[in-house]
Design a binder for this molecule. Structure first.
Ligand code: H53
Length: 660
């Protein structure tokens, strides 16, 4: 039986509000939602009402898609992520459905501009967001959440039977504000009035913690950690129960052994690792499945993406805490670890010496921990990194264990994609004077849009003819914002609160962007791809996806900076032995910052050698424009549709399920 209670061979009923591309019909539908909306007066049609009515109209026309997935019963992928960093849902949905022009025209008929209503809502109810002039420092979220959302968009674009599971946090991304006292975070109640949420009152699943409200040590950080663990388990357990219940509903009954041919689960980093013991536990406890069968189902279903090689960021949970909160899951994890140790000893005695770092349970006092990444590597059928260099590092240094799994490519795959993208722009356009003019005016329009937003938020006016040089990153030593700040501190003042809507304006409006992390530390970096794709030149180290971007677009249009990954250990040794002499200009800059007198500091000598080259290029407009065009041309490989097509084929084994 299908989800709607009808036999799944029956015809899919027509949607109540079928997807139409006729602007007049769309306008009627929007009006209908204005009149029936329970949030607003039916007699008002301000931008906010227009936004809600439009969103509801689009949402209702999408219902039919799910029914087709139910009817055809294809294999599904479920993307588990603790973070999704969505942009504007309305713009995304309309874009993905290819009905942007029709809705824009319909709204015009009703006296509104599509672009305007999206902006209006953000401006009125959510007081944005903004950016800083040159360096945007983000304290929490990075590329991981944004990649999850891009992937959902690409799944929709590619008509894949796939979706995501995440948590509905009451407070999502906080707003940042800088005051004299330092940074302030302001909670953002983003859930207010979301037209996109659909509550399913009929679906309720018990999430079984075994100590329930007991373990709350006084220490605020500890209780915070425990809450995070509970959130992770909550996500995994509720999502898996939902998936299993959908699986059981399928036509003609089910057998557990076919579960992996119907379902693929992708773990976005280690945060949802508890899906592994939970997928063992649920069928063993509830349906009496044996260990071997449960292990087979789990390992054929779950795949894992690693997003970091930084030891401090590889997630570890305290064993005592896990024993208290999830004793059955700990028993399962312990058993997997025992199995794994025995397997290495049996099949690869030469690797036995590596077991202390490869095993899942690290029993070393004072902090015995569970290494979540190791649990993933041992249990997942496929592990992938997020850039070529990163995947090599994973294989070579972190998870040697994967070479145990047979064929040469082993378990770790490269997500760095093969093959080009059918890009409309040809590199031959790069020298064409007319095309360069068009390119320059498009870039200028984006820069003006950004400048006007900056002026709205900060009161500062920025000359759109100046070079817009932008670094957008989560704060971390390895990303070396400090290095950039040393040069920038006196030039530009920051304005903050970066998010997707800001990125949509900031990235197209920039010409040069900094991606200067220490080589070997950044797994991939994602904004580098977005900047390059938008014709912005990169100054960067040979780290993460910078390597492939440089390869794709050509090394002559990439401003290379700093040491290579294989040189870093030697330089580190050098530094440890105090043989490394930093450039005296760094010492000067540091002293200067200490003196607290930023205002009059002559920063110029600091980055002179580097900037000289860049400014020379920038002044040669034709050359800069050519490089900018070639940067975009070379970036086809980094489109997330490409990545998702590759995941679908190589990891999930799912097919397109097109709605007629
Ligand atoms: O994930 C990005 C990478 C980037 C890496 C980032 C990331 C997070 O945003 C959060 C947690 C984590 O372990 C890693 O730092 O290099 O590009 C997307 O893959």
């Amino acid at each position: 039986m299908a989800e709607n209670g009808k036999s799944s061979t029956e015809k899919v009923p027509a949607a109540a509000h079928p997807l139409t591309e006729n602007p007049t019909e769309i306008a009627t539908d929007i009006n209908y939602h204005v009149k029936l909306n329970t949030h607003f007066s039916p007699f008002k049609f301000e931008p906010e009402q227009a936004f809600f009515a439009t969103a509801e109209s689009v949402r209702n026309s999408m219902g039919g898609h799910f029914l087709y997935f139910v009817r055809d019963n294809p294999k599904h992928t479920y993307y588990f992520s603790m973070e999704f960093l969505q942009g504007r849902a309305l713009t995304n949905a309309i874009g993905n459905l290819g009905i942007e022009n029709a809705y824009a025209e319909a709204l015009n008929k009703l006296g509104h501009e599509l672009e305007e209503i999206v902006e209006q809502v953000i401006n009125s109810s959510k007081k944005p967001v903004l950016v800083l002039n040159c360096i945007i420092l983000m304290t929490g979220n990075g590329g991981l959440g944004r990649i999850a959302s891009c992937f959902l968009d690409s799944m929709a674009t590619l008509n894949l039977p796939a979706g995501g599971y995440g948590l509905r946090y009451k407070y999502g991304l906080f707003k940042q504000r800088n005051t004299k006292q330092g940074q302030e975070e302001i909670a953002e109640d983003w859930l207010e009035f979301s037209p996109w949420e659909v509550v399913r009152y009929d679906l309720v699943y018990p999430v079984r913690f075994f100590i329930y409200a007991v373990l709350y040590p006084g220490d605020a950080t500890e209780s915070g950690k425990l809450l995070r663990l509970k959130q992770q388990f909550f996500l995994c357990s509720a999502s898996l129960q939902d998936i299993i219940s959908r699986f059981k509903d399928q036509r003609g009954g089910y057998t557990w052994s076919e579960f992996p041919s119907k379902i693929a689960v992708q773990l976005n980093d280690t945060h949802p690792t508890l899906a592994i013991p939970e997928l063992m536990c649920l069928p063993m406890e509830d349906e009496g499945l044996g260990w071997d069968e449960a292990w087979d189902v789990t390992t054929r279903t779950i795949a894992y993406t690693n997003h970091t090689v930084l030891p401090e960021a590889l997630e570890k949970w305290s064993q005592p805490v896990m024993w208290k909160l999830l004793p059955c899951h700990m028993e399962i994890i312990e058993e997997i670890d025992i199995m794994f140790l025995a397997m290495v000893k049996d099949t690869r005695p030469d690797l036995e010496y590596k077991l202390p770092s490869m095993c899942i349970l690290d029993h070393n006092p004072p902090k015995p921990v569970v290494r979540m990444a190791n649990l993933c590597v041992v249990s997942a059928h496929t592990v992938n990194g997020v850039a070529q260099l990163h995947s090599y590092t994973l294989k070579a240094e972190l998870f040697v264990v994967t070479s145990l799994y047979g064929p040469p490519s082993s378990k770790i795959r490269l997500t760095a994609l093969l093959g080009g993208f059918g890009f409309a722009i040809q590199s031959s356009f790069a020298d064409d004077a007319n095309f360069q003019d068009e390119w320059a005016s498009a870039k200028m329009a984006s820069k003006r849009r950004l400048a006007s937003n900056i002026s709205c938020v900060t009161g500062e006016s920025i000359d759109p003819n100046s070079l817009y040089d932008i670094q957008v990153k989560r704060i971390h030593e390895y990303k070396r914002q400090l290095l950039n700040i040393l040069g920038a501190i006196d030039r530009w003042y920051l304005f903050q609160n970066y998010n997707v809507s800001v990125a949509e304006m900031l990235i197209p409006g920039s010409e040069l962007s900094q991606h200067i992390s220490t080589a070997g530390m950044e797994a991939s970096g994602t904004s580098n791809m977005k900047f390059a794709l938008n014709g912005c030149l990169i100054i960067g180290t040979l780290d993460g996806a910078n390597v492939e971007i440089r390869e794709e677009i050509g090394e002559e249009i990439f401003f290379l900076f700093g040491a290579r990954a294989d040189e870093v250990p030697r330089l580190r040794k050098y530094q440890e032995n105090r043989l490394f002499e930093p450039d005296p200009r760094f010492e000067e800059a540091k002293q200067y910052i200490r003196s607290g007198a930023f205002g009059s500091y002559d920063y110029k000598p600091l980055l002179d050698s580097l900037e000289d080259v860049i400014y020379r290029y920038f002044r040669d407009r034709k050359r800069w424009l050519k490089m900018s065009i070639l940067s975009t041309v070379g970036c086809g490989k980094f489109i997330s549709d490409q990545t998702i097509a590759q995941y679908a084929k190589e990891i999930w084994n799912i097919q397109e399920c097109r709605v007629p």
